[in-house]
Design a protein around this ligand. Structure first.
Ligand code: AMP
Length: 351
């Protein structure tokens, strides 16, 4: 897609660069990004948000590598530079400039209520307690982590989208972006549409080892299945997925089993899903059968994605060129919004 946006509704969503995009990201968000793109009903813009990735500890060399790697992973999942824009956030300085302006429109108290900030701060605190003396000075809660949702609001509002396809963990942040958009429109005039979150039918995939928590790379290897992971490792992880966590109410399904069923359904294995659900209902389900079915479906998905990734990597030079072109196209849209914002809030026009 070129930089000329049509009159179609706009879709925008972003992902942090990590070396391990996982099935939670895919079933909760990215699969839907591809569907929305292919429906031809929307102008779709997707971003790899490297500035968000530096809010927690990071390695500079890995960061650069992972940022381009994430765009390549998204293209392997089916995003297509002819149909969508896939940009790298830090190539577009308008994101940080708008972030500053919006942070002056965001009450401090609202940010203190963000659950993701609370969870990540707790995680950092726990890491600090178990860190060696040398490591301790690098384990702190950064201001960047606190203002993360405002940068996210800027990522969104710069492109003035109508819909934000995300996993359930992001609904509170989208709500904050809506509040900031409303506050801007009220104070300075109508500029931003209020973006709506679009959830998939599996908006929250849980950890394999601790199914009461969201699947996340930061919990550790045993907790997630990577989208490009090999067969052997997938089978081992699914086999050791937690199924029972102690006594439950009579008709309650354990969170681990529920999660495996959700993954099976999300993988499109409807028939197997219904047949195993029937076994579960009459208490004849063998967990090993459910696990085999889940592992089979994930092995099919990941081997297809790995194949596509190899094809894309064979033409890496052109892919990198296209990433810069797409980011330039995104910047054209972003700079138009920022000029309007500057004018509306009373900052001088740039010559
Ligand atoms: P992040 O990795 O935090 O940048 O998230 C990228 C996208 O994946 C966001 O839309 C998240 O809501 C979604 N996501 C992340 N983890 C999960 C999960 N365990 N289940 C469903 N969606 C998820």
């Amino acid at each position: 897609m070129n930089n000329k946006m049509s009159s179609k509704p706009k879709v925008l969503s972003c992902i942090q660069p990590t070396s391990n995009i996982h099935i939670g990201n895919y079933f909760g968000a990215v699969e839907n990004w591809v569907k929305l793109q292919d429906s031809n009903q929307y102008d779709c813009i997707y971003g790899v948000v490297d500035l968000h990735a530096i809010t927690m500890s990071f390695n500079p060399e890995q960061l650069r590598h992972q940022t381009f790697g994430m765009v390549i992973d998204l293209l392997s999942c089916g995003l297509d530079p002819k149909k969508s824009i896939v940009f790298i956030q830090s190539l577009i300085p308008e994101h940080t400039e708008l972030c500053w302006i919006l942070s002056c429109l965001c009450p401090y108290g609202e940010l203190t209520r963000m659950t993701q900030f609370k969870e990540k701060s707790e995680q950092l605190h726990a890491e600090k307690l178990s860190a060696t003396v040398d490591q301790k000075s690098f384990k702190f809660i950064s201001c960047g982590l606190f203002t993360y949702p405002v940068l996210q609001a800027a990522d969104i509002l710069l492109y003035r989208p109508n819909y934000i396809p995300v996993g359930k963990d992001q609904t509170q942040h989208i709500e904050l972006s809506r509040n900031i958009a409303q506050r801007f429109n009220f104070n300075f005039g109508e500029l931003f549409p209020e973006p709506k979150a679009l959830l998939t039918r599996t908006p929250k995939i849980m950890s394999l080892s601790a199914p009461e928590k969201k699947m996340s790379k930061s919990l550790g290897e045993k907790h997630f299945v990577g989208l490009f992971e090999d067969e052997k490792s997938i089978r081992i992880k699914i086999k050791s997925a937690v199924t029972d966590i102690g006594p439950l109410d009579d008709n309650e399904m354990s969170p681990g089993i529920l999660n495996l069923f959700s993954i099976l359904k999300a993988s499109g294995e409807e028939n197997t899903f219904h047949s195993l659900m029937k076994d579960y209902a009459v208490k004849s389900l063998k967990y090993s059968m459910l696990k085999d079915a889940v592992a089979d479906s994930l092995v099919r998905l990941t081997s297809e994605l790995r194949k596509r990734k190899e094809e894309i990597l064979a033409d890496k030079k052109n892919v990198i060129k296209s990433i810069y072109e797409m980011s330039d196209n995104a910047r054209e849209i972003a700079s138009k919004t920022l000029s309007e914002v500057r004018e509306m809030v009373g900052l001088p026009e740039r010559k």
